[in-house]
Design a binder for this molecule. Structure first.
Ligand code: 5GP
Ligand code: MN
Ligand code: MN
Length: 325
């Protein structure tokens, strides 16, 4: 059960030390908030740890305490191996990215996640698909086993994951429990307006540049039930934008009235397309993403396609035709 899994997780943390804490590639607010929440907990317990991600963490979360501790492995090599690994918000091993060399041969992994597609790849697995965010699970873990650890920095990290994975308490995963948890976290004197501004609202000038180009690519399919937008390598180079700038574009096709599935196709390198899917209806986009080797949630999912933008679009539209009929 969930309670037993939380107890196992607390034991894993209590029994060991010198942890490697990781999340998924292209980390979001839940991944970043979860990594930092675990860091605050480990610090409170007097344990040592290293926080590593395959790539850079989004700058919009740099307001979180400890953000600068997260090592970007693509910039900073780490020649250390860890026996005890804590993975948060990671659905499967592939989502960890290229961090395998940091694991010792006898590594033991604690897998804490809320994706229904989680493959239970850890030695200890705490998988709760009913949780709105991984930070909700970490909140439960601390409530049950590390009550004394609650403090403003921990609360802010937990709150940020909850806020971002519920789209600012707007998505269907915004439950009674979510808002109770948020209310409790606010007792630590957080500044919810500031957190929302940093985590959700602020856009970069680069975002506006790439949005202008992306809107020109907006197309519809299947009686406007599907809307697609794409970002080519050429557009990325021409505008000089980075990943942080592109963040959030998928909302534009997805939020159009009548659209059931919104799609963003992003050419990340030649022959490789990152696809983001959003459902505004009953279509389960996690199932579609899984067909292409990806995963996620029923209403937000993604995968990486090997091929050109046009090929990715064609393959996806063929699959969607089946699903919409
Ligand atoms: P996004 O479209 O924002 O990148 O991702 C939306 C959701 O789908 C997130 O919950 C993310 O974890 C999941 N997701 C995105 N890409 C992949 C992927 O390639 N594999 C898996 N398993 N999940 C993904
Ligand atoms: Mn995530
Ligand atoms: Mn999450």
């Amino acid at each position: 059960t969930y309670r037993q899994a939380l107890a196992q997780a607390s034991q894993f943390i209590k029994d060991h030390d010198q942890f490697l804490v990781v999340s998924h590639v292209n980390p979001d607010g839940d991944a970043t908030g979860s990594v930092l929440a675990v860091a605050h907990l480990l610090h409170f317990l007097g344990k040592s740890y290293m926080l590593v991600n395959e790539g850079a963490s989004p700058r919009r979360f740099s307001f979180l305490k400890g953000f600068e501790q997260i090592i970007n492995l693509s910039e900073t090599p780490v020649d250390q191996r860890f026996r005890y690994v804590i993975a948060v918000d990671v659905a499967d091993q592939e989502r960890l990215g290229e961090i395998g060399p940091l694991f010792s041969d006898d590594a033991e992994l604690l897998n804490i996640d809320h994706h229904p597609t989680n493959t239970r790849f850890g030695q200890v697995n705490v998988i709760q698909p009913e949780a709105a965010s991984t930070t909700e699970i970490l909140y439960d873990l601390c409530q049950r086993h590390f009550q004394q650890a609650f403090a403003p920095d921990l609360a802010e990290a937990l709150y940020t994951g909850l806020l971002t994975d519920t789209g600012g308490f707007r998505y269907a995963n915004t439950t009674h429990k979510v808002l109770e948890m948020a209310a409790d976290l606010l007792t630590y004197n957080l500044r919810p307006a500031k957190i929302a501004q940093y985590a959700l609202e602020t856009i970069t000038t680069g975002h506006i540049k790439i949005l202008k180009q992306a809107l020109d690519t907006l197309t519809f399919a299947y009686e406007q039930q599907v809307a697609l937008m794409s970002v080519s390598l050429e557009a990325i180079h021409q505008t000089g934008v980075d990943r942080d700038d592109i963040d959030g574009l998928v909302g534009y096709p997805s939020n159009i009235a009548g659209v059931k599935v919104g799609i963003l196709l992003k050419e990340v390198e030649q022959g490789q397309v990152k696809v983001s899917l959003r459902s505004r209806d009953t279509v389960n986009v996690a199932e579609i993403a899984q067909v292409f080797g990806g995963g996620g949630h029923a209403k937000a999912a993604g995968f990486t396609y090997r091929g050109t933008l046009a090929e990715a679009k064609q393959a996806l539209l063929a699959k969607l035709e089946e699903v919409l009929h």
